[in-house]
Design a binder for this molecule. Structure first.
Ligand code: ZN
Length: 283
């Protein structure tokens, strides 16, 4: 695959992909179906699509920034108006499982059925066929790549072998499928998540998380690379944290030559035969 580094669309120096995994209630139901009867868990999940998503959409609109939202099909069915609003405001919706299932725990046929039904459900509700996937919990099974290829998907965004987009290989052979890599460092959940009934309290002050995200962006900018951030509306959507996202966008906006793009836009640009292959002069 053509190296995109340093030659982004329109001559931009750096590409920025903001992504939001709208897990909602599905996160807890997938973990333990009994939690569907627990109001505390269902209300924590509901906060994402009900409050976090509108707050995030307002911020993105204010700064004219496109983003990609990965939505489990069950959440799209529970909150169809939010999905239609996401698309209407120029953002992308990608596959994020049926109900945040753990792919590596499923037989291949069940994974295939859920992934295809998830794509069909998102298309029916949002009106646009999804072209990419972020597997729930970044859990990629031995079968996920084959299923995604059968479906003709353009990209995956669940793996971590580079900072920059790369082509996924299957049995050592090129697939034409683009990986838009994630990382725990660039994920809001690891800094803010907690669990009521365990000792999980890794609370990081929002100002410190902003410092880390800024440093990740600054590094991507210096290297003429990709800055890709994973966030969750039920986590980042709270008042003290959406404020850090606003500061981060302002920091990025203070730089020239930044291309804010959806995942589909970046994947189409860098894929074999895409514009990055022919557009750029050597560095
Ligand atoms: Zn998720």
């Amino acid at each position: 695959m053509a190296k995109s580094r340093g030659r982004w669309k329109g001559g931009a120096r750096c590409a920025v992909c903001l992504t939001f995994d709208v897990d909602g209630e599905s996160l807890w139901i997938a973990r333990d179906p009994a939690l569907a009867a627990r109001p505390i868990h269902m209300s924590m999940g509901a906060y994402g699509p009900k409050v976090g998503v509108p707050r995030i959409l307002a911020l993105l609109k204010q700064h004219h920034v496109p983003a990609t939202f990965f939505v489990p099909a069950v959440i799209a069915q529970l909150y169809p108006d939010e999905q239609r609003r996401i698309v209407a405001e120029g953002h992308e919706i990608g596959i994020h499982g049926w109900i945040h299932e753990r792919n590596s725990a499923l037989p291949a046929e069940a994974e295939r059925d859920l992934q295809k039904r998830a794509a069909n459900t998102l298309e029916r509700i949002a009106g646009v066929r999804p072209v990419g996937i972020r597997t729930p919990s970044w859990d990629v099974s031995q079968h996920t790549l084959a299923i995604s290829r059968e479906m003709g998907l353009l990209y995956d965004s669940s793996l971590m072998a580079d900072d920059e987009p790369y082509e996924v290989l299957e049995d050592g052979q090129p697939t034409g499928m683009v990986e838009l890599p994630v990382e725990w460092i660039r994920d809001d959940a690891i800094y803010f998540n907690m669990d009521r009934f365990s000792a999980l309290r890794p609370y990081t002050p929002p100002a410190s998380v902003l410092d880390i995200f800024k440093a990740e962006f600054d590094g991507a900018y210096a290297e003429r690379g990709l800055f890709l951030l994973t966030m969750h509306p039920h986590i980042i959507g709270h008042r003290s944290r959406v404020a850090l996202l606003a500061r981060l966008i302002e920091h990025i906006r203070g730089h020239t030559g930044v291309w804010f793009a959806t995942h589909a836009e970046v994947a189409r640009y860098v894929k074999p035969g895409g514009d990055a292959t022919s557009a750029a002069a050597p560095r």
